[in-house]
Ligand binder design. Structure first.
Ligand SMILES: [Zn+2]
Length: 168
C-alpha cells in the first residue's frame, strides 16, 4: 500500500533534479488572494465564506471541510496551516519540522494548483476519509493524482492522518 504525503514524494523526486535554495522562494501567494475572490479549493464560493475562517483558526466542522482547507492552504502557501492540521502520527510530523516546513514551501512554490474534485466522503464520528483528485502542475507537466486521505478527530479538531494513492 503506497502512502502519500500529498504527493510530496513525487515533488521531492522532481526537485532533486533541480535543487533550489529555500531562500530563493518567492513570498507566499497569500498576498495575491483577495478574500472576496473564488476560493482556491475550487468550491466556487468566495474565500472569505469558504476556507478563510479555518485558516484563521476556526476548527473545520468536518473532515471534508478540513481537506478542502488544506488543499487551499497548499495553493496559498500557508505551510504552517498544513503542519498544524497534520496528525502527530503522520510520518512527516515525526521528523524534523524545519526540514518538513522547507519541503512544503518548495512544494507550494513549484506547484500550480488547478483544481480539486471530491470523489467520495465517508464520515465517521472520530475517523473519516475523503477521496479526491487534485489537479496539479509541476515543472510544466501534469501532476494530477488521486488520493484517499484518512482524517482523525483529536480534541475537537479534525487532523490529516495519512493517505494512499488511488489508481487513476
Ligand atoms: Zn475553500
Amino acid at each position: 500500500m503506497a502512502t502519500s504525503y500529498f504527493n510530496l514524494e513525487l515533488f521531492l523526486s522532481l526537485t532533486k533534479k533541480s535543487q533550489r535554495a529555500v531562500d530563493k522562494i518567492k513570498p507566499s501567494r497569500m498576498q495575491n488572494q483577495n478574500r472576496y475572490s473564488p476560493c482556491p479549493c475550487d468550491s466556487k464560493s468566495p474565500y472569505d465564506k469558504c476556507c478563510r475562517p479555518y485558516h484563521q483558526g476556526l476548527p473545520a466542522p468536518t473532515a471534508l471541510a478540513l481537506m478542502r482547507s488544506r488543499y487551499c492552504a497548499y495553493a496559498l502557501g500557508l505551510v504552517d496551516y498544513i503542519i498544524k492540521t497534520t496528525h502527530g502520527q503522520n510520518p512527516a510530523a515525526q521528523g524534523d519540522h524545519s526540514a518538513w516546513r522547507n519541503d512544503l514551501l518548495r512544494f507550494c512554490e513549484q506547484t500550480d494548483f488547478d483544481g480539486l474534485k471530491i470523489l467520495q466522503f465517508e464520515e465517521g464520528k472520530s475517523q473519516s476519509s475523503v477521496a479526491f483528485t487534485a489537479y496539479l502542475r509541476q515543472a510544466g507537466g501534469d501532476s494530477r493524482f488521486s488520493e484517499k486521505s484518512l482524517f482523525r478527530k483529536e480534541g475537537g479538531q479534525w487532523l490529516y492522518l495519512s493517505g494512499e494513492f488511488l489508481d487513476k
